[in-house]
Design a binder for this molecule. Sequence first.
Ligand SMILES: NC(=O)c1ccc[n+]([C@@H]2O[C@H](COP(=O)([O-])OP(=O)(O)OC[C@H]3O[C@@H](n4cnc5c(N)ncnc54)[C@H](O)[C@@H]3O)[C@@H](O)[C@H]2O)c1
Length: 314
Amino acid sequence: MTEKRLEGRGAIVTGGALGIGGGTARKLAADGAKVLIVDVQSEAAEANAQRIKDAGGAAVAMTGDVSDESVSKAMVERAMDEFGRLDILVQNAYGGGADNAGSAIEVKPEAWRSGIDLLVTALYLGAKYAVPAMDESGAAPGFDAGPWTGAGLRHGNPPKMNVGRIVNISSVHGLLQAPRSLVYEAGKAAVIGLTRQMAVDFGPLGVTVNAIAPGHIVTERGEAMWSELGDEAGFKLFELQYPVRRTGVPDDIAAGIAFLCTDDASFITGVVLPIDGGLSIQLQENIVMDVKDFITENPELKTHFDQGRGTARR
Ligand SMILES: NC(=O)c1ccc[n+]([C@@H]2O[C@H](COP(=O)([O-])OP(=O)(O)OC[C@H]3O[C@@H](n4cnc5c(N)ncnc54)[C@H](O)[C@@H]3O)[C@@H](O)[C@H]2O)c1
């Protein structure tokens, strides 16, 4: 039997109960990693861990809010206790509050602080405790640096490689701004800066740090939202804005994250990988014309913006 590409590696996935994190926990486990799911939703986290075990993988669940420093510290200790090592940290958890919406004039200081605590501070805290544990764990199991050949000009000891992987979840909202979304947009943009900084700081330790910028991903929560809305045309309008003519699913993001965690990705660090079906590379003028035609044909369509969610200017 061929060895799985993440066999024996210890991984933490924050917000790993549901959605993108849920799919990521399952994908890393399917690739051979042992996964600690950290989530505020205990039952859903346990259920996802059980689903992984039922499929022959290894997973444990832990309850906790990752914006709390004691939880960041405890999750790393738990992974080291459970797996004897830590190789992978996927920083994905988010649960947006309605009070996060608005411009700087509207957002209350408490909402700013708690939003940024989860969007940004939690990622700093995760790395603060995870990187020393990765360093202590050493190169990932199964990785053989072999004789250092480099480009033929190299000599001396090989640099540290494949010691750790951090993948931070940003968003297309970290690349492009939506109106009246100060907390989320500023937070997701900060995730990109934090990722690049960490890539520079931890590269010499053999730890790569990358960010993913997902487009619209239909998770369990997203599916409930769209079916509550019950508007097929509204969803089609969303899909129309994607060059690939579909929105994403958690597995699309999980596949990118898992790749960044493999040995094949050891020279990739500090990048922001949009996984968005091309949403963020299109010239907006052209989209507007497609959308105009669609709206003319479907004048009654509704999207989640019609439910008071989101970022309408009015
Ligand atoms: N779904 C999308 O369209 C989309 C697009 C771009 C970026 N993202 C980002 O992807 C990540 C996951 O989003 P999702 O759509 O899968 O969300 P989701 O709500 O489906 O899942 C988020 C998970 O995080 C958990 N969680 C929330 N707050 C937590 C906390 N303080 N500590 C620990 N766990 C916590 C939730 O319980 C849940 O299991 C988020 O960072 C989000 O901003 C999502």
